[in-house]
Design a protein around this ligand. Structure first.
Ligand code: PAF
Length: 282
């Protein structure tokens, strides 16, 4: 017993959503891979601000993991997740099997350009966004929700999915929500539980370095020098840096100064076996 309605099939979820719609109720979807933390609960709460009904999908999506990545060891905490969703007042969980989402013969992917090819996470995870977009496209059309709430923590993902939903006329609105942080600034992530105590102590540095960099950019310091200094700090602290960049906040295109438009700082770095990503507005 989970204490919350759990739908394992698309048809069961669709029937529930159709019933809510017939009753004149708006429906929000919060797509997740489970291992829920306060950041996910904030997404649920945001959904409840916009709609009477909120459904949360929990699906560790194999197509967004490369063969060497952590699909097998990704934390799966279904009972705990359901308890948190009951406490948050969510209406239902969509918890499909891999076979339900990718039946035998499945042979389709969403092909992405624009923000998915910005040279950020896509450079290090070349098949990742294709998998994310494909599963989000399926979840959106399966659920027929009015909107989906996505966190800014995965900023490139947010831009990719927002672009895709508009480009493919999926009839769903994407509601973004600012990143939920630990008290020391570390962005909440299901993967934080992989960190050793020493790594956990070092991890908030990414946020501090980005804040200092944002200050320098706002003060009109030379952007290239400021970014290079920040990259150096992260590497000297012992991280393996994938990227730390200042990009246009909407298009993710390269920028040279604040005159180019709103700027977002994005970082991806590894400590030990854990890859952390984060971003902030300038
Ligand atoms: O951000 C995530 O948890 C996943 O990428 C998502 C959006 C649920 C798609 O699997």
């Amino acid at each position: 017993m989970t204490g919350i309605a759990v739908f394992e099939t698309v048809s069961a979820m669709r029937a529930a959503v159709a019933g809510w719609h017939v009753a004149g109720e708006k429906v929000g979807l919060v797509p997740t891979m489970g291992a829920l933390h306060e950041g996910h609960i904030a997404l649920v709460k945001e959904g409840q601000r916009h709609a009477r009904r909120v459904i949360v999908s929990i699906f560790v999506n194999p197509t967004q993991f490369a063969p060497h990545e952590d699909f097998k060891k990704y934390p799966r905490t279904f009972d705990d997740d359901c308890a948190k969703l009951v406490a948050a007042g969510a209406d239902a969980v969509f918890f499909p099997s891999v076979e339900e989402m990718y039946p035998a013969g499945f042979a389709t992917r969403v092909l992405l350009l624009g923000p998915a090819a910005a040279g950020l996470d896509d450079r290090f995870r070349p098949t990742h966004f294709e998998g994310v977009a494909t599963i989000c496209c399926k979840l959106f059309t399966q659920s027929r929700a009015d909107f989906a709430v996505l966190g800014e923590k995965d900023y490139q993902q947010l831009k990719v999915v927002t672009r895709m939903a508009a480009d493919l006329d999926l009839g769903i609105r994407i509601v973004p929500l600012p990143t939920f942080r630990e008290r020391d600034g570390l962005a909440m992530s299901s993967r934080n539980r992989y960190l050793s105590p020493e790594e956990r102590a070092l991890a908030p540095m990414l946020h501090r370095v980005m804040q200092a960099l944002a200050g320098r950019i706002r003060n009109r310091d030379d952007l290239f020098r400021a970014v290079a200094d920040a990259q150096g700090e992260i590497i000297s602290a012992g991280f393996e840096l994938d990227y730390l960049e200042a990009r246009h906040a909407e298009t993710l295109a390269h920028v040279t100064s604040l005159a180019d438009g709103p700027i977002r700082i994005l970082v991806a770095a590894r400590i030990g076996a854990t890859r952390l990503i984060d971003n902030i507005a300038v």
